[in-house]
Design a protein around this ligand. Structure first.
Ligand code: FES
Length: 156
């Protein structure tokens, strides 16, 4: 169930762009920017406004990894899992992060950190790369991961 404020935010953002051709992705970005995620309860409203089916909107939200289905934790960590980073150990780094944070991706067991995959951060030559709270970091290994996440956590 959406709160009245959230419902109004969604309604306002949909109305602002619904007549623009190809409005679905910009609307979804605006909603995520405003709320931090795309509420499942908003999909019907978006679909109706754009004359799409709810399944079509859901398909787009699910296809793009950067759309969240739930609000993120206070700290967000994104690890690049695209090819260049994979070839430099990103999968081992991802496994380390999952084990450290006790999640398979998503929000950690203690609710403090949201771990997300991303697919290229433009730092391919210095891979593996990750983002901690919007800051890019290159050549990340398990030790560096632990240091960065601990430092970000204590700064929060
Ligand atoms: S593939 Fe990871 S930064 Fe480009």
């Amino acid at each position: 169930m959406l709160t009245e404020t959230t419902r109004q935010t969604v309604q306002h953002l949909v109305a602002a762009q619904k007549h623009v051709p190809g409005a679905l992705l910009p609307i979804l970005h605006d909603i995520q920017d405003a709320l931090g995620y795309i509420p499942a309860q908003a999909l019907g409203n978006i679909a109706q406004a754009l004359n799409l089916s709810r399944a079509e909107v859901h398909g787009v939200v699910s296809f793009y990894h950067f759309f969240r289905h739930e609000p993120a934790a206070a700290q967000v960590v994104q690890i690049c899992r695209a090819e260049a980073c994979q070839s430099m150990g990103a999968e081992a780094l991802w496994a380390h992060a999952c084990s450290r944070l006790q999640t398979q991706g998503g929000t950690s067991a203690d609710g403090a950190v949201t771990l997300e995959p991303v697919y290229c951060l433009g730092l391919c030559s210095s891979s593996p790369a990750m983002v901690v709270d919007d800051k890019l970091h290159a050549r990340v290994d398990a030790d560096k991961f632990d240091r960065l996440v601990a430092a970000a956590g204590s700064a929060a």
